[in-house]
Design a protein around this ligand. Sequence first.
Ligand SMILES: Cc1ncc(COP(=O)(O)O)c(C=O)c1O
Length: 432
Amino acid sequence: MERRAFVKGLAAVTAAVQLLPELAEGVGERLQTLATDIDATTGETDLWRRVRKEFQLNPGLVHFNTGSVGASPRVVSDAIANYINQLEGDPNHNVWGPVGDKAEEVRSRAAEFVGADVSEMVITRNTTEGMNQIASGIDLEPGDEVLTTNHEHGGGVCCWEYLQKHRGVRVNYMKMPNPVRDKAEFLRVFEQHLTPRTRVVSLMHIDTITGMVYPLADVAKITRPRGILLVCDGAHAPGMLNVNLKELGVDAFASSSHKWMLAPKGSGLLYIRREVQDRIHPMSLYSGYSVYSASMGTRNVAHIIGHGVAMDFHNTLGRDRVEARCRQLSNRLRSHLLQIPRLQLLTPTQPELSSGLVTFSVDGMPREEITRQLFDDHNIIVKNAQGTYAFATDPEQKAKAESYNCLRFSTHIFNNEHEVDRLATHIEDILG
Ligand SMILES: Cc1ncc(COP(=O)(O)O)c(C=O)c1O
């Protein structure tokens, strides 16, 4: 009897172990082929043409809205499909065995991706979830203050509004200069908003309206000596900028990998700096930061593995190279659009405050009309940038909301010069 149980147990383990090479389903080989092909390309145009082949966007569709949601390369979606299908052959042994272990490995890859330690990394579903976890894990008293801006996305500000409504915390909103002229101007306005009760500063890494990159390292030099926690809504950064969280100096950071990292939809990262983990202690992380834990529960492991493959994809191309390409296309678009008199640039002009997200306000035509014509007539997707206090629930803030008549453009590695030039020409035509 005992022997039979042993043989049965052994068979199960063998089956699970045998599954592993099959599960890998050629991801490594496919990325290796991509790397070899890239090495053999004969210049930038050739290189990005080769990279573009990895994507599965509908023919003719031009996607300039990675800031909302990116396009995953086929190697990512294939990996998820394969892992899901194979996992179901023996869910029990896979979720708690080899597939679950592979999902857990994604945490170390994530730590490497953003310049953190694995003990500081959590795999989440999106920025909003990460920000909620951060806010729920800070012991704030009634009257304590959180300083944020009037540009926040709901995913970065609802958590603070909740604490205001239910815990008596006060949320202060800094009115962003528009556009910000330089770093010194931003830091001056920022410091003016700090009070003796400020316990948390919550800023975006990249502004969801204007695409401005916040000077977080300079902000951290102000907040850290005062014991203020610097929390960052980094929704747009990983996968667009080559992020190093240690250099940024933030205490906590939440991001959405389904945007610029081109990961499966519903993938995010959360970082909590080791030195402040006693001050930021969300309930969900009570049992640790692992993908599975008693306080986090069972996860979609196949999907998390796909998240890791998206990181491998970026690493195969080179994170600096990806950042340079996003910026290069953004700058090209920027210089075209600057020639159109009815458009005004809202993104700062300095490279250190700029990114692959660029925004222009439009004079004399509703932005909805432009985005509609671009899509209906040319199959081009761009985003209407939100206004200030866009997600406010408090009547006092709602009253201050301004609707910017703006268009926001995201340029990623699946875009190219021809698409950028065509977009600019169509906008010029639409605006007459
Ligand atoms: C700055 C910022 N924060 C948070 C979010 C919300 O992202 P998610 O829905 O992935 O949580 C967005 C979405 O566009 C955003 O731009």
